[in-house]
Design a protein around this ligand. Structure first.
Ligand code: PEP
Length: 256
């Protein structure tokens, strides 16, 4: 059975006091209506990681960072290492998000190095892939996503791959209100499994948790989660309010 996950990416939102309010409210909701089957992860900004981890202790909700640096430590002003993230209590890190690829010019090689350092430090990885609108319109979705998966995960062992989940996030659906239809998402998720089978072997394709991300909301979550190759969601905008994030968590509990 593949692990099913609902993860929230807060991006550059929430001061520490706002973060505290959001996770306290989420914790209260989850205590009233417990998460029995799935994994829930919140990914606040670095500044709130330790506080959020403290508040969520014992709640079953896990914590992740949104990025890390590719070296262990050193003279890299402004950067954050895997060890620093671990020291906050976080267990996960998002790598390869399209906003990092776009605004910070992160390429496949850099993303691969980031995944390597995360795994070396025993952080689990949410590895994001996805095509832009132009790429989709030019019929390049499979080339782009296939290449991202291949380079990002190149040379990892089965044991390392067990610590990675993939998030398919079509760039044109992120923050735009335009969700991929369940069928469009399903098609790419199934393709990602095929690529993993070709690169490694069919246990990898079968066992890999693949999340969908891109304007997931309480209203469309169930339809997406019902697809056979969709194992949950990476949620942006809708995770910034406890109520909507919790409704998505409940949709996953209902479907899986
Ligand atoms: C994201 O940033 O990973 C994301 C999916 O954002 P949104 O849900 O707002 O489209």
């Amino acid at each position: 059975m593949r692990k099913k996950i609902v993860a929230g990416n807060w991006k550059m939102f929430k001061t520490n006091s706002e973060a505290v309010r959001l996770v306290q409210s989420l914790r209260t909701r989850v205590e009233k209506s417990p998460v029995k089957k799935n994994t829930v992860i919140v990914c606040p900004p670095y500044t709130a990681l330790e506080k959020v981890s403290g508040i969520l202790q014992g709640s079953g909700i896990q914590v992740g960072a949104q990025n890390l640096f590719w070296e262990e430590e050193g003279a890299y002003t402004g950067e954050i290492s895997a060890k620093m993230i671990k020291s906050t209590g976080a267990k996960w890190v998002i790598i390869g998000h399209s906003e990092r690829r776009r605004y910070f010019k992160e390429d496949e090689n850099l993303i691969h190095r980031k995944i390597q350092i995360a795994l070396k430090n025993k952080l689990k990885v949410i590895f994001c892939v996805g095509e832009t609108l132009e790429e989709r319109e030019e019929n390049l979705t499979k080339d782009i996503v296939g290449n991202q998966v291949e380079w990002g995960l190149k040379d990892f062992t089965h044991q390392q791959l067990n610590q990675v989940v993939i998030a398919y996030e079509p760039v044109w659906a992120i923050g735009t209100g335009k969700t991929a239809t369940p069928e469009q998402a399903q098609e790419v998720h199934a393709f990602i499994r095929d690529i993993l089978n070709a690169l490694f072997d069919d246990t990898v394709g079968r066992n890999m948790t693949i999340l969908y991300g891109g304007s997931v909301k309480p209203q469309n979550a169930e339809g997406l989660f019902q697809q056979p190759d969709i194992d949950g969601g990476l949620i942006g905008g809708a995770c910034l309010k406890a109520d909507s994030f919790h409704r998505i968590i409940k949709a996953a509990e209902k479907v899986y």
